[in-house]
Design a protein around this ligand. Structure first.
Ligand SMILES: *Cc1c(COP(=O)(O)O)cnc(C)c1O
Length: 218
């Protein structure tokens, strides 16, 4: 299947999943272009896809620089872990960052936005499975992080999670929804190629789909 055909299929799957959803939320499709080239991005844009997501700042910068110079850059989201020394480039490049997970990175982002006079939108990544190797704030530390982000003036609109590979994702999706509700956050970044229909059922507003659109990564 071509990229436009895959996108059409996913849109119909999204529509079907919304019929079975427990909530009536709108769903944004983020095309995860990591591991694929600029030509693939342009092909998806040709099929009407205007939101992309990358997990590395440098790779995203290289891939999207020509599009930005042409003035046709799509909306760009960062979905990978962010190091402090990349905050400057991330603020310059991205519109939305899904991976705030500690106060120190929130502080750096706030200070970079002020320096660059840019205003981004944010999600906080929650390590719902409390996995050692995974980034994301632990659920018990979430209230304090949200409070700090508010104090810093960051526009946090929602929560993001990546469920453990060996766990039923619905437990993690419904847990993330509950945490978001507790903090009056309305947006939920959850669901990938293999589980986006379940994520939509449990309230996802932003689904992050790579391989189902672009094929397998090398
Ligand atoms: C790579 C990635 C995705 C997309 O994964 P697919 O299985 O290719 O859809 C989604 N979210 C994050 C955080 C990723 O790193």
């Amino acid at each position: 299947m071509t990229i436009p055909e895959r996108l059409r299929l996913i849109h119909s799957q999204i529509a079907k999943a919304r019929e079975n959803a427990l909530f009536d939320q709108p769903v944004k499709l983020l095309a995860v272009s990591k591991g694929h080239n600029e030509a693939a991005v342009r092909m998806a844009m040709g099929a009407g896809q205007m939101i992309f997501a990358e997990n590395r700042v440098q790779e995203a910068g290289e891939k999207f620089s020509a599009l930005r110079m042409e003035g046709t850059a799509p909306e760009l989201h960062l979905i990978g872990p962010l190091q402090g020394n990349k905050a400057k480039d991330a603020v310059a490049l991205f519109d939305v960052i899904h991976t705030i997970d500690r106060i120190s990175i929130a502080e750096k982002l706030a200070s970079e936005m002020e320096k660059q006079n840019r205003s981004l939108t944010f999600f906080i990544q929650v390590n719902t499975g409390e996995e050692n190797q995974k980034s994301g704030v632990l659920p018990k530390d979430l209230p304090e992080l949200i409070k700090s982000c508010k104090t810093l003036g960051l526009n946090v609109i929602g929560l993001m999670c990546i469920p453990p590979v060996d766990a039923p994702p619905e437990l993690h999706f419904s847990f993330l929804k509950k945490l978001a509700d507790e903090h009056q956050l309305t947006q939920l970044s959850m669901g990938m190629s293999h589980d986006f229909e379940i994520a939509i059922r449990y309230g996802a507003t932003h689904i992050r789909i790579g391989s189902a659109i672009f094929g397998e990564r090398n």
